[in-house]
Design a protein around this ligand. Sequence first.
Ligand SMILES: Nc1ncnc2c1ncn2[C@@H]1O[C@H](COP(=O)(O)OP(=O)(O)OP(=O)(O)O)[C@@H](O)[C@H]1O
Ligand SMILES: Cc1ncc(C[n+]2csc(CCO)c2C)c(N)n1
Length: 282
Amino acid sequence: MESSGVTTWQPLDIFSPAPVVHKPFALVILNQELKLPLYLYQQLWLNSSFIIAADGGANRLYHLSNKFSALFSNGLSPPPNFPLNAVIGDLDSLLPHVRQHYEEKGIPIIEDEDQYSTDFTKAVKYIRNSLERKDIDIVVLGGLGGRVDQGLSVLHHLYLFQESEGYKEGRMYLLSSEAVTFVLKTGKHEIKAKERWIGIGSDGKGIEKIGDIAFGKHVGILPLKGESMITTKGLEWDVKDWKTVFGGSVSTSNHVKEEVVSVETSEDVLFTIDLDFEGPGS
Ligand SMILES: Nc1ncnc2c1ncn2[C@@H]1O[C@H](COP(=O)(O)OP(=O)(O)OP(=O)(O)O)[C@@H](O)[C@H]1O
Ligand SMILES: Cc1ncc(C[n+]2csc(CCO)c2C)c(N)n1
C-alpha cells in the first residue's frame, strides 16, 4: 500500500472479519505464552494461509488447542481448530508427546541443527524460501517478554528480514498480547492508529459472543540502526526533525491523538502501539 511515496499501514486489519488491506498472511508461532482471547486466535487463523511453529512454539499451540477444546466439551459447537503447516527448528524444545501429536496428523517436523541461527529465523527463512510465499506478510506470535537476548534477536531480524526498499519481501508484524510492532523504513508512513474491530467467536456453549479489539493509546518510535531524524504528526508529543538515537533521545510512552499518525524517518525505526481487547475466551 504505497501511494505518492507514502507507505500506509492498517495493522489491526489482521484481526478483521473482512480484511480490506491484508491478503492472507503467514503466522509464525514462537515459544512464548499465547495469551490473547480465543476469538482473536480464531480470526488470525481464518485470515492466515500458512502457519509455522518455531520449535517449542508447537508446544504452545498444542496447549492452546487443549485449553480451548476443554471449553467445548458439551459438544454444542465444534472445538476450535488451529491447523499447523510445519514445525521447524533444532527441536530441542519440542516435547515428545507434542511431536507425536503433530506427526500423527501428518504435519512435517523439520529438523534444522544450525547453531548459528535461531528457530525464529529458521521459520521465517522456511516461509521466504517457498516460491509461492516468498513475499507474503508474516505475523509473528510472540513478544519481547522473556529472555532479553531472544527478544532483541527477534527485533534485529525484524529489521534484517525487511532490508529491501518498499517491503518487497513482505511486511512483518510482531504481535504480543500487549502490542503490535513493525519496522518503518526510511521515508513517509501513515498508520491508522484508532481502529476497532468487533470480533465474533464462540464460547463453546453454542453462543456466538462478541469481543472488541482496538489499539490502545501508547506508541513508541525507536531507532534501530544508529541515529534517525523523525517528524511525526498525530501524536500528543509530536516532533519535527528530531534526532533519535540510543544514548540520545527516544520516543516512548507517546499517545495517539489522531485517527492517522504520520511518521517521516531518515532511517529505519521501530513503531510499536499497544492493544486493547475484551471478550470471551481469554
Ligand atoms: N524465553 C524466551 N523469550 C523470548 N523469546 C523466546 C524465548 N524462548 C523462545 N523464544 C522464541 O521462540 C523461538 C522458538 O523457541 P525454542 O523453543 O526453539 O527455544 P530455544 O531453543 O531457546 O530457541 P533457539 O533455539 O532459537 O535459541 C526462539 O527462536 C525465540 O524467537
Ligand atoms: C558468536 C555466537 N554466539 C552465539 C552462538 C550460539 N547460537 C546462536 S543461534 C543458536 C541456535 C539456537 O537454536 C546458537 C546456539 C553462535 N553460534 N555464535
